[in-house]
Design a protein around this ligand. Sequence first.
Ligand code: FAD
Length: 301
Amino acid sequence: MPLTPEQSAEIEDLRATPRQTLRAVSEGAEKHLYKAHPVLDHGFVRMIDYMGDDAAICQAARVSYGRGTKSVQNDEGLIRYLMRHWHSTPFEMCELKLHVKLPVFVARQWIRHRTANVNEYSARYSILDREFYIPRAEDLAAQSAQNNQGRGDVLGEEESARVLDWLREDAHRAYDHYEQMISDDGQQGLARELARMNLPANIYTQWYWKVDLHNLFHFLRLRADSHAQYEIRVYADAICEMVRDWVPAAYRAFEEYRLGGVTLSASGVECLRRMLAGEEVTQETSGMSAREWREFKGEWQ
Ligand SMILES: Cc1cc2nc3c(=O)[nH]c(=O)nc-3n(C[C@H](O)[C@H](O)[C@H](O)COP(=O)(O)OP(=O)(O)OC[C@H]3O[C@@H](n4cnc5c(N)ncnc54)[C@H](O)[C@@H]3O)c2cc1C
């Protein structure tokens, strides 16, 4: 349960008091506003605010005096054109503000995306909650033999039970010591900014994260991808659901040209041309390394 009953009541209150506005409103985004979408065991993603909609992208692209929309079909065609030709600045006119609760080791990957604005919960000022990400047994996998940055087979029952016991034990022992260090009961009590250093990387943190749609698509392209670590991918997947509802035409274009599209190297394009002309091309005759060839073929086989 990621939210307390009091937090849920506050969210319900916010949702119960809509206001009139002259700003662009996306019906799809409105249904997500403030709600927490659960991710992992204690995490969530909440849409706190948004600016713009599909029409705002067209409005900016046409540098319009009004709404900038023509027909829905015409607008969608324009959005697809912009996405296809990397004309990215109109997408920057839309913004999304999220509240995210996530394990610290996921936050370390996430924060690498420098084009967002972030404000994180302060563990200097506040005491962190005793909440740790403990994976489900089916998400505990061995090191991949092919990919140094990935997982292979799921661990056997005995090994995964041992791992889960250690994860829980270590986390709780570290938290017990954290609590004991900050306590001022019969001692001075260590400052929170120092005591936090023994906490494990699976403890949860929270932040507000604001980003424009162009850079959000870049984040989603990398983090909703099968090569991204599962624990960040599930957050990206949850955000994809929101973006699909917020700016449906832009999201369809993103799915078409980014998520579902592939990028070929010059050698890849040349091989494809030769293959389409009926030539049997092998790795040896492709001019690519074994790995490049495997990745090239992996795009459609
Ligand atoms: C599968 C995967 C594996 C990874 N493995 C590692 C790893 O082993 N080690 C590691 O350290 N990182 C790793 N990363 C992180 C990766 O290198 C990037 O730091 C991260 O994905 C953020 O990408 P970005 O810089 O494009 O995004 P953002 O920071 O959001 O930037 C978006 C774009 O803005 C531009 N930009 C932003 N800031 C600058 C700048 N200062 N100078 C120039 N251009 C800028 C660039 O065009 C950039 O692409 C991995 C990422 C993925 C997805």
